[in-house]
Design a protein around this ligand. Structure first.
Ligand code: KG4
Ligand code: ZN
Length: 345
């Protein structure tokens, strides 16, 4: 089944075609992402109305481009998947409107996908995908969650952030130190040149039991360190390194705990912060130590993309699920409310 995936929940327009006839990475026939970073940069954050308008401008050309790259015509598509939530309502409506209309015109089934389920399943698009049960660490700009995946579609929340998401903490900390938007990847790049241990920040909420996170206090610690510093490039890099190490260690400690609590040795990691090199290295090291396994999507599939939506949608469409012709989006949506998808993967 060849599924067209459309992602427009925030500031990335993503389109892809996933073909379930070829499992793993071979199934991804084409994918393209248009990032709105330049558009929002001067405002220091995403402006929802501008995001919606830009999705309107970019989505159809991107659909044409992706189909051409896949060597397919629009009639070769067997189904359409789109992000129905959570996200910015106007942005979501653009993708949902186009997806539903396309499906209607082609007389093909369509399905609204949960953005975080898309992230969560992205590692399964790589070769040799793990089978549930496993534990997922979802780390994006809006979410930081540990989820027990009992089956595809059956998700139990084990822990989540009580305030800022990990990506949000990266972005806000970067902004505080004068880095341009979006700061997360820039802060991570800067941390590469920082001296480990020059600044030591706390590993929030690791000194007590539980699987929840809190990153806002860490952000304040960094702010105080930055204010009291000489503001040199070296200091900025050292602080960035101290901050990154604190976030990475905290995430790794909680992942270990979640695996222990779930009695499981397979971790999948997804969402934008999953592209972070140090996090990938640290979790790989922990997995090796405990004789377990950690699976990541390639970095381009960690951040928002249409491929994860095509893939998650394909699994649901293949299982016979579909939505009616109404254009419906869900800006706030609990992943635990999703229905279970029976394999096959
Ligand atoms: O999953 P995503 O693309 O969008 C959301 O659904 O939120 O995640 C974006 C987040 C941003 O906060 C961004 O700063 C962060 O992921 N991010 C990173 C890195 N790449 C993206 N954070 C740390 N290190 C990175 N290499
Ligand atoms: Zn995302």
């Amino acid at each position: 089944m060849r599924v067209l995936g459309i992602e427009t929940s925030c500031d990335e327009t993503g389109v892809a075609v996933y073909d379930t006839a070829h499992p793993g990475s071979a199934g991804l026939r084409a994918h393209a992402v248009y990032s709105q970073i330049a558009l929002h940069a001067e405002y220091g954050g995403v402006v929802p109305e501008l995001a919606s308008r830009d999705h309107v401008r970019k989505l159809l050309p991107l659909v044409r481009q992706t189909l051409a790259e896949a060597g397919l015509g629009v009639n070769d598509i067997d189904g359409v998947a789109y992000t129905a939530g959570p996200g910015l309502v106007g942005a979501l409506l653009v993708g949902a409107g186009v997806a539903r209309s396309l499906a209607w015109a082609l007389d093909k089934p369509a399905i609204g996908v949960h953005h975080m389920e898309g992230h969560l399943l992205a590692p399964l698009m790589e070769d040799d995908p793990p089978d549930p049960p496993f534990v997922a660490l979802l780390v994006s700009g809006g979410h930081t969650q540990l989820v027990a995946v009992d089956a595809i579609g059956r998700y139990r929340l084990l822990g989540e952030t009580l305030d800022d998401a990990a990506g949000e903490a990266f972005d806000k900390t970067a902004k505080m130190m004068g880095l341009p938007y979006p700061g997360g990847p820039q802060l991570a790049a800067l941390a590469e040149t920082g001296k480990p241990g020059a600044y030591k920040f706390s590993r929030p909420m690791t000194d007590r039991p539980g699987l929840d996170f809190s990153f806002s206090g860490l952000k304040t610690q960094v702010l105080l360190a930055w204010r009291g510093s000489d503001h040199s490039d070296t200091t900025r890099a050292d602080i960035a390194r101290g901050f990154e190490d604190a976030v990475v260690d905290t995430l790794a400690i909680k992942c270990e705990r979640a695996l222990d609590a779930a009695g499981c040795n397979v971790l999948v990691v997804a969402g934008g912060v999953g592209a972070n090199k140090r996090l990938r290295a640290k979790l790989a090291e922990s997995a090796a130590k405990r004789g377990g396994r950690v699976c990541f999507p390639r970095p381009a599939l960690c951040t928002d993309n249409g491929a994860m939506i095509a893939f998650a949608g394909a699994l649901r469409l293949q299982a016979g699920q579909r939505d009616d012709a109404q254009v419906h989006v869900v800006p706030r949506w609990d992943m635990a409310s999703l229905s279970t998808v029976a394999p096959p993967l």
